[in-house]
Design a binder for this molecule. Structure first.
Ligand code: GEK
Length: 241
């Protein structure tokens, strides 16, 4: 059963957003009502993982939350001897993710690990998924995280990267933000909820522009980079080694 997100429904002293137990309880409803195209993004990341998974390799779901992308990748893997490693630095998320994954059967092994992506060792990867996670990593560490991913991806391997993005100028950025807030209104969030969530998230989630993403990915060495989904300020990319 999905529990409705009402975390910011009452007026409160807004603290910085964190992925704690309260968020875990409502997370499926929260992400689905807040991220345009979330279901499409998750299912397509699974399909892309199925295309690019190489036999005898690891697939990573970094910032896995409750394991939606892990499940989607697992459903699509057709090659032999693949192992999915799902990582999150929220203990509450990891615990719930383990329980959630037990509800589904598959021959593909999954390891769910509590850990910080900044310190994680990545090995022998054919697919690395970051579905709205890089945006929570401090700017100063993003380059190093992506360099580590690139260095440990097999040739032909892919990074599947979804991010909230910032537009190139203030006018366009406000336009995308307004459209996103309309989407949230349409999904039942009140003005108070929208504004308190915005305050909670602004210090912890810092989006980059699309061109900053592309420049960084190309500088690191990815040979192909492509946006395959965008709705308002939410976008999903694939970067091929
Ligand atoms: C989904 N991918 O449902 N190390 C590990 N995990 C982290 C770190 C870090 N340094 N920083 C943040 N996280 C999921 C949705 S949510 C996106 C991802 C959102 C984790 C954090 O604990 C949270 O679970 C996740 O990244 C981001 O497809 O809620 O907007």
């Amino acid at each position: 059963m999905t529990i409705k997100d009402s975390i910011y429904a009452s007026e409160q002293q807004v603290k910085d957003f964190s992925f704690d137990q309260n968020v875990v309880e409502v997370f499926p409803d929260m992400i689905q009502r807040s991220v345009p195209g979330y279901a499409t993004i998750v299912s397509t990341m699974g399909k892309l993982a199925g295309e690019y998974a190489q036999s005898n390799s690891n697939l990573y779901d970094l910032g896995c939350s409750l394991g939606a992308v892990t499940l989607s990748m697992r459903r699509n893997i057709r090659t032999d001897n693949c192992h999915i490693i799902a990582v999150d630095n929220s203990q509450a998320m990891v615990e719930r993710c383990k329980v959630h994954l037990q509800g589904f059967k598959s021959d593909v092994p999954v390891t769910v690990t509590l850990g910080d992506i900044n310190e994680l060792e990545i090995q022998n990867a054919s697919v690395v998924a970051m579905n709205f996670t890089l945006q929570f990593i401090p700017h100063a560490q993003r380059q190093a995280v992506l360099e580590k991913i690139y260095a440990n991806l097999k040739p032909g391997g892919v990074l599947l990267l979804s991010e909230k993005i910032k537009a190139q100028n203030e006018q366009c950025d406000n336009l995308l933000i307004d459209l996103h807030h309309d989407f949230k209104r349409h999904n039942g969030y009140s003005e108070l909820e929208i504004s308190q969530k915005r305050t909670a998230i602004e210090n912890v989630m810092r989006p980059d522009t699309l061109s900053a993403h592309f420049t960084r990915l190309q500088d690191i060495g990815f040979s192909q980079t492509q946006v395959w989904y965008q709705c308002f300020n939410f976008c999903s990319m694939v970067a091929i080694k």
